[in-house]
Design a protein around this ligand. Sequence first.
Ligand code: NAD
Length: 294
Amino acid sequence: MKIAFIGLGHMGNPMARNLLKHGHALKVFDVMPGLVKTLTNLGCDHATSAAKCAEDVDVVITMLPSSPHVRSVYLNATGILSAATPDTLLIDCSTIDPHTARDVAFDARAKSFSMIDAPVSGGTGGAEAGTLTFMVGGDSQDFEKAKPILACMGKNIVHCGGAGNGQVAKICNNMMLAIEMIATAEGMSLAAKLGMDPKVFAGIANTSSGRCWSSDTYNPYPGVIDNAPASRGYTGGFGSDLMLKDLTLVTEAAKAAKHPVMLGAAAQQLYQMHSGNGHGALDFSSIIKLYKKD
Ligand code: NAD
């Protein structure tokens, strides 16, 4: 297939390389010329704008920072929808708000394009290894068309329903993750403060009703799990600023739907405080620093 790939950052770059490995012909674009060069060095064609990149290809994939970028790259007078050939399959893998995803898909369909939202989980490690999970929103037939392409970059490809539902799955899951991480940080730090060995306490929680992914796989207390970011100074992993971004998306979506998310809103505020304290680049389990100062 001839595939346009737009947005070659931490995630887009390794995803594009996995498509190349599977024999697809790639045309790439990013506003940062240095990132384009890393792909043209591997034999990709390149374009001087998103619109030019989307011309004469079978599929367009975008992996952009957030909603305003997606809106402008697709909908601007000189955006993707103005330049791609009708029937081109459009796949947006960025994490954005469901409302924007639905707006862009609606405009795309009105111009005879197939479009899906396909945000990912699995981080840069999953992008490198080609083991990402794709949460897909869109028509069943567009999902089936996209599946073999997504399979070059991921292992778990799930149809979540109509347009925007991929984003719904992504942001609601991450809201639950943030809340459970904060709860684990709070419980772990209190148990230690009250005199318990954190490793012994984690062992109890993990065989009791306090167990969750944040306690048994990704524990935020240093030294409890050898290969967790907490045991290497919170480097690598999933950045607190990325978690803050997803929490902001989910609380905005809840506000628009007039749906209460008390704990989600508290989590958004706690990550905002944590980022304001200068820890935005650290893994999101570093939220325990709000409770444990040493
Ligand atoms: P990134 O900032 O590294 O990459 C985004 C790229 O888009 C950058 O290279 C930027 O130059 C480019 N870009 C911005 N505006 C553009 C435009 N108008 N035209 C062309 N290119 C443009 O971000 P990332 O970490 O690769 O994340 C991408 C998306 O994936 C985000 O929505 C993020 O929330 C989501 N995500 C990231 C991770 C992660 O671990 N990094 C995990 C899951 C999901």
